[in-house]
Structure formats: structure tokens, C-alpha cells
Write a protein that binds this ligand. Sequence first.
Ligand SMILES: CC(C)(COP(=O)(O)OP(=O)(O)OC[C@H]1O[C@@H](n2cnc3c(N)ncnc32)[C@H](O)[C@@H]1OP(=O)(O)O)[C@@H](O)C(=O)NCCC(=O)NCCS
Length: 229
Amino acid sequence: MVHVSAEYYPHARSGGLAEAVANLATWQSAMGVRSLALLPLYRSARRTAGPLAQVGDPLRVRIGDVTPKRAADSYTEMVQVVLPNDANPLGFILGGTVMHLIDIAGAIACHRHTRSLLVTAAVDGLQFLHPIKVGDLIILQARVTATFHTSLEVEVEVFSEGILSGDRKLTSRAYLTFVAIDQHGGKVPIPPLLLETDEERARARDAETRRQARLDAKRRFKPALSPEP
Ligand SMILES: CC(C)(COP(=O)(O)OP(=O)(O)OC[C@H]1O[C@@H](n2cnc3c(N)ncnc32)[C@H](O)[C@@H]1OP(=O)(O)O)[C@@H](O)C(=O)NCCC(=O)NCCS
């Protein structure tokens, strides 16, 4: 486990930050982490210190373990049986219940990868290809597809499995983005994902394309949320 902390002294606001960032830069080059990974930390340091910080107050900025990890290290499978309480009047699992389970499975994989607090930033369009009946198993497989600076994408595939027949069907596939945060809500850098196979490299390329589309969608969505002048 690698922990790095940097002290920030508000009496030399910019100097303190420069010192913190310099310490981190030393660590960064030792760990081979991209320089952009320092930006969220820098912002978090500024936000946490706030205007009320006193001379000499230490600000401890802590990064968890940012050793690169393989997708297999965080791969997560969840299995549960569909009970009548989870179902609509047709005896099929509710879409909302599936979405909840997708969020949980995706979050567990991302927690295993980052070992940090997380929030869900986005869930891409979700399709339900087949119903899952009461008495069937619902299986969720979550794998991290790509990491960025403070955010990461996870793919969650949902399958139904007949308890007697053993027949398995892919019913949904979802892509979720989580952002790693600290206790103050500041974003924190995450461990890079090791891409070891052609399949993993292709997944990460696709994830980059989806990320661009997501961020474009967010930009288009944001003005729509602002109140009229
Ligand atoms: C998600 C959230 C932290 C992003 O905050 P923000 O200030 O807009 O984020 P920033 O612009 O600083 O971006 C931080 C990272 O998140 C990514 N991100 C932000 N919004 C995103 C979105 N809608 N889709 C995909 N990625 C997104 C950015 O690309 C960036 O990634 P990077 O550091 O890996 O490059 C913030 O909007 C939030 O707290 N939302 C509510 C989350 C929530 O309540 N979820 C449900 C319960 S957990």
C-alpha cells in the first residue's frame, strides 16, 4: 500500500501548494504517474484549506494506493435469485431493481480498483433485451474497462439463468462512470488500469470514445439546467 501525504501551509498559500505539488511530483516520477493526475489533488488542497485556514494549519492530502491494477483484480460477479418481491405483476424483475443491482455491481468493481470513496457520475443508455422471471437467477458481471484521472468506466453485463435448465441469456449491458472522491468531496487520482491483452486494449479504446460522447452530452445538458436569466 502506498500512501503519500503533502502538507500545505496557508501563510504561504502559493508556496505551500507549490511545495505540496513538488513533493507529489517527486513521488509521481517514482511511481510513473501522469502529471495530469496531480491537478485534482491540487484543486482539492485549495478547496479544503478554505478562507478560514490559520497560519501553520496543516492540510493533509492523502492519495491511496495508485499502483496500476489489472481488470482481473477488480472483476466482480454477483448472483441472486429473483424473488416475487422484486417483480412486476407479469412475474418479471423490475427494471429499477436491475438498475439498482447494476449500480451496486459496478460500484463494487470500481471500489476494488480504486479503494476510495466513489460517486456515480453517469450511466449510459440501458436496454432490457429479455425479461428475467421470478425463480431465475440474475447474474451481474462487472469489469473496469478504462481509467482516466479521477474517473473510471465499468462495464456491467446482466444475464438470466434458468435454475433448472441452466440456460443463460445476456439481458442488459451497461456502462457506468464513477468518480473517486475524498471525505471533503474533492476528486482524487485513481490507479491506472493495466491493459495486458488486445481485448483489454480494444475495450479501453471504445471506453475513450464513449467518454467523449458522455462529456459532450454533459456539456449540452448543463446549459439546459441553468435557470432562465
Ligand atoms: C460526478 C461529479 C463528482 C462530477 O463533478 P464535476 O465537478 O462536474 O467534475 P469535473 O468536471 O471536475 O470532472 C471530474 C471527473 O469526472 C468526470 N465526469 C464528470 N462528469 C461526468 C459525466 N457526466 N460523465 C462522465 N464523466 C464525468 C470528468 O471527466 C473528470 O474525469 P477525469 O478526472 O478522470 O478526467 C459531480 O457532478 C457530482 O457529485 N454529481 C453527483 C453524483 C451523485 O450524487 N451520484 C449518485 C449517487 S452516488
